[in-house]
Write a protein that binds this ligand. Structure first.
Ligand SMILES: *[C@@H]1O[C@H](CO)[C@@H](O)[C@H](O)[C@H]1NC(C)=O
Ligand SMILES: *[C@@H]1O[C@H](CO)[C@@H](O)[C@H](O)[C@H]1NC(C)=O
Ligand SMILES: *[C@@H]1O[C@H](CO)[C@@H](O)[C@H](O)[C@H]1NC(C)=O
Ligand SMILES: *[C@@H]1O[C@H](CO)[C@@H](O)[C@H](O)[C@H]1NC(C)=O
Ligand SMILES: *[C@@H]1O[C@H](CO)[C@@H](O)[C@H](O)[C@H]1NC(C)=O
Length: 432
């Protein structure tokens, strides 16, 4: 029975009110019978739900062209910059000066985006019991985070006026709940391109009226491009959310590009975070590792080694692109080690590697198969025609573009360029 209870998380109809049953009048099999009946009924309902969602998704996407063609909407400006249509807004650039003390680095950005950060914090932290936990327990956690992240997070709390615990929550949440699509591709000239959609906000509240995820919508105004500088020189660039100090998407110009995708696993992020709270702190936070790699690593090989060998708090996929032919890989990580590395291989005609949120050697979860349509789209595009704009087309094709998609980033390592776009998925569009 306790095991059955855990299913209540999934499906409310598993709940049985035992308080109505008087212990002396209940025989064991009454409970079992009632449970079995409800269980069968619920399984039926749940299967029906899965079936209907799948048929819907199939109808929505399967009959449409495999790859949207937005190429005609790509405008080039005289200075070489490009402008892609069909996105909500331009993403602003901010400089983060790494020569400043950590607590001061984010102040200029936060000063401008204070209201958006507050809005987000209010949506993120529901009222009541949880808020007590967040405002009382999580500030203590800020002290346990490694430097400079601890100081930076405190600096952000000071500058925004958002309680420290809520900023901590905002900073640790991505460790466990992001779904994404990332791809590194090599064009026929040997240039490496790296694209990603960042999808976030699953199960954190669906706005029925607007047909959107509450958190995804609140995140969109927070999307910023960051230029991290030392001695007034760019060290790396990133697309990020204001108030978040880890990295999910970044480029070290002329050296490598890096994105991180969530890997769902039983030994998942929650356990690592719990261990951290309980004092076992030998693993590294994923998004802190990606930032450290962007800051410190000086080649593709060095980045790859760090990403593959550092002990982590949660399993993950790292998608890494280098600056030379053949340098592109997906590193599949458990918390302790690298399980698999899949690389671009010109000899095998593997000119791209693509990752959503499932191990590449396994079938993706049938309700969330973004990999097959994404690969179909890449295959249809061909290596000859892959470019920043066709990559954008692929990432604009549903279901790679869905209601969770907050931004699309495109990176070109040889030119040191990163561009990002805040996304909206026009209806009809699936929630994920
Ligand atoms: C829903 O959409 C409308 C119009 O697009 C907007 O004004 C409103 O703020 C949205 N509501 C929420 C809760 O996001
Ligand atoms: C930093 O570089 C920019 C552009 O390269 C220049 O305009 C600015 O004066 C420099 N600032 C300092 C403090 O050197
Ligand atoms: C590629 O990266 C390596 C290692 O950082 C660097 O030495 C080399 O100059 C880079 N190549 C190009 C073409 O930028
Ligand atoms: C795409 O092409 C690759 C390599 O030829 C192949 O392994 C894969 O099955 C194709 N995928 C789809 C969905 O067409
Ligand atoms: C690739 O681009 C060329 C030139 O624009 C075009 O003629 C060709 O049909 C394209 N190939 C595919 C597979 O889209």
């Amino acid at each position: 029975i306790p095991n059955k209870y855990t299913l209540r998380l999934w499906n409310s109809c598993y709940s049985i009110d035992f308080s109505l049953l008087q212990p002396e009048t209940v025989k064991k099999c009454d409970v079992v019978n009632s449970l079995q009946f409800k269980q069968r009924f619920c399984e039926f309902q749940f299967n029906l739900f899965l079936y209907i969602s799948n048929v819907l998704k199939h109808q929505l996407y399967e009959n449409s062209p495999h790859c949207v063609q937005l190429k005609s909407t790509l405008l080039f400006f005289p200075d070489g910059s490009s402008f892609l249509c069909r996105f909500r807004g331009a993403v602003r650039w901010y400089t983060v000066d790494l020569d400043l003390p950590p607590s001061k680095r984010w102040a200029p950005l936060i000063a401008e985006r204070k209201n958006d950060v507050r809005d987000m914090a209010n949506a993120f932290v529901p009222s009541g019991r949880l808020i007590e936990l967040v405002d009382i327990a999580l500030p203590l956690m800020a002290d346990t985070l490694p430097s400079p992240f601890s100081e930076e997070i405190k600096g952000i709390a000071d500058a925004s006026g958002v309680p420290l615990g809520e900023v901590v929550l905002f900073n640790i949440f991505y460790e466990v709940f992001t779904v994404c699509t990332s791809v590194v591709a090599e064009d026929s000239k040997g240039n490496l391109l790296h694209g990603r959609n960042l999808d976030f906000g699953l199960f954190l509240g669906w706005d029925v009226k607007n047909k959107s995820w509450t958190i995804s919508e609140k995140l969109k105004p927070l999307v910023v491009n960051l230029d991290f500088k030392k001695n007034n020189q760019t060290v790396f660039k990133s697309t990020n959310f204001a108030g978040y100090v880890g990295m999910l998407t970044g480029i070290k110009p002329h050296m490598f590009t890096l994105t991180m995708n969530e890997r769902f696993s039983l030994d998942g992020g929650y356990i690592g975070i719990l261990e951290w709270i309980l004092g076992q702190r030998d693993g590294m936070w994923m998004s802190f590792l990606t930032r450290t790699v962007l800051e410190k690593a000086n080649s593709y090989e060095e980045a790859k080694k760090l990403l593959a060998e550092t002990k982590l708090l949660a399993p993950a996929y790292f998608i890494l692109g280098g600056n030379q032919t053949g340098q592109g890989c997906i590193i599949t990580r458990s918390r302790t080690l690298s399980i698999d590395v899949l690389e671009i291989d010109p000899k095998l005609d593997r000119w791209y590697v693509l990752e959503t949120n499932y191990d590449h050697w396994k079938e993706p979860f049938f309700l969330d198969d973004r990999r097959t349509p994404a690969m179909r789209c890449m295959n249809q595009t061909t290596q000859t025609n892959i470019s920043v704009s066709t990559l954008y087309d692929m990432l604009s094709t549903k279901p790679m573009l869905n209601k969770l998609t907050t931004y699309t980033t495109l990176m070109q390592v040889s030119e040191g360029k990163l561009e990002s776009y805040i996304r909206d998925c026009p209806n009809p569009c699936m929630p994920w």
